[in-house]
Design a protein around this ligand. Structure first.
Ligand code: EPS
Length: 384
């Protein structure tokens, strides 16, 4: 229902986003999108690139006078750093002066991409596989989030662990967390003492020329029962969310609710008991993470994501040269030490885009007003 594409290289002229299926009547502005873009650029452990960029989405299609028209929404984000790469990243043959990269980075897309696409310059792979692309997703996610906001849905995230420093409580109630505390932390961790330990761990890793991964949680509230479906594998919402999350650079795992820890429990200590209060169904716990049978069950969606450490390292690992096959140290230009805080914002965006699609699938509507009417009528029908 909501289709979207991104294009653009990390040091190319710009990133481009096209979104098809955004209903008419949604208020949008570049200032609104900027909020999430700025959150993605932040976080302790980010590299030099974020000092160069001030990501800003320019609305170039589908919006008139600050309101969507129902036609495809088009956004462009300038890569300020392109000014330093014009000869190397020239889209035109004229003025093109490449300095080929052939020292493969372990853990990056370099090797597999170069072999698959037949390139002998790894820059042809790393430019697109760079997490710079996620700025486009956050811009698209901000549009989806604006739509979800009109439907009473809130999506937020927080850092649960960085390296070995972990909040530690697997099933803490995310609804009790303060968003102010999360956003005030330099690592987007709601516990101030642990936040300090995470910052120290990132600094220590940086001093060693190393990098750190971690885990983050994404939570969505205000969801009706019935988004997604149990009837076919590719309509299951948990499967669609898992795909969206797994597509984020450096993600190596995703779990819903009790997830892997739940595998060691007996059924009686896992499943969420059902209750009926004030005319609504509810569950007495949320180990299912808000999804049963591939469908929202009325509880918040709660998922946790594992991010591997960044693969571009100041102290490079042993590798091979793509052209000569000689043993070499991996390529290094500059990089981040840790991107877990930023990845949480990207996770929110991917969840928001997936949920907006699921709402449009279930409730349809060419305008926001029509979508809202359809949702209200469904809620009135299912509430006792
Ligand atoms: C990123 C931009 C990149 C990297 C980082 C994320 O900029 P540059 O390559 O110019 O330093 O900082 O890329 C990666 C994590 C990666 O694996 O490629 C960004 O805007 O998020």
């Amino acid at each position: 229902m909501l289709r979207w594409f991104t294009a653009g290289e990390s040091h190319g002229p710009q990133l481009t986003v096209i979104m098809e299926g955004v209903p008419a009547g949604l208020e949008l502005s570049s200032a609104l999108i900027r909020r999430d873009l700025a959150r993605r650029q932040g976080g302790h452990g980010r590299g030099g690139r974020q000092q160069i960029e001030t990501d800003q989405a320019r609305l170039v299609g589908g919006v008139r006078g600050g309101v969507t028209l129902g036609s495809p929404v088009a956004l462009v984000l300038e890569n300020r750093d392109h000014a330093n790469w014009t000869a190397e990243m020239s889209p035109e043959k004229d003025g093109f002066q490449p300095r080929p990269v052939s020292r493969l980075r372990p853990g990056h897309a370099d090797l597999a991409g170069a072999i698959k696409y037949g390139h002998d310059d790894v820059r042809n792979i790393l430019e697109r596989s760079s997490a710079r692309e996620t700025a486009s997703r956050v811009a698209a996610g901000a549009v989806a989030r604006a739509l979800l906001d009109r439907l009473g849905v809130r999506v937020f995230s927080f850092t649960q662990s960085i390296g070995a420093v972990d909040l530690g409580y697997e099933l803490l109630d995310p609804l009790k967390l303060s968003e102010e505390l999360i956003e005030a932390s330099p690592v987007r961790c709601p516990d101030p003492a642990l936040s300090d330990s995470m910052v120290a761990a990132i600094d220590a890793a940086g001093d060693r020329g190393d990098t750190l991964g971690g885990t983050f949680r994404v939570v969505a509230t205000g969801l009706p029962i019935g988004l997604g479906s149990h009837v076919h594998w590719d309509r299951k919402l948990d499967a669609r969310l898992a795909m969206a999350i797994m597509s984020i650079n450096a993600v190596k795992g995703v779990e819903f609710g009790g997830g892997f820890e739940g595998a060691s429990r007996p059924g009686s200590a896992f499943h969420d008991e059902i209750d009926f209060q004030d005319g609504h169904y509810r569950h007495l716990s949320n180990r299912a993470g808000g999804l049963t049978g591939g469908t929202t069950n009325g509880e918040p969606i709660d998922l946790r994501v594992a991010l591997k450490p960044i693969s571009t390292m100041k102290k490079p690992m042993q590798s091979v040269d793509l052209r000569t096959h000689e043993k070499v140290q991996a390529h290094y230009e500059r990089s981040d030490v840790c991107v877990v805080p930023a990845a949480g914002v990207i996770g929110e965006s991917m969840v928001a885009l997936t949920l907006a699609d699921a709402f449009l699938e279930k409730f349809g509507g060419d305008s926001v007003a029509e979508l809202q009417r359809n949702l209200r009528s469904y809620l009135a029908a299912i509430d006792a």
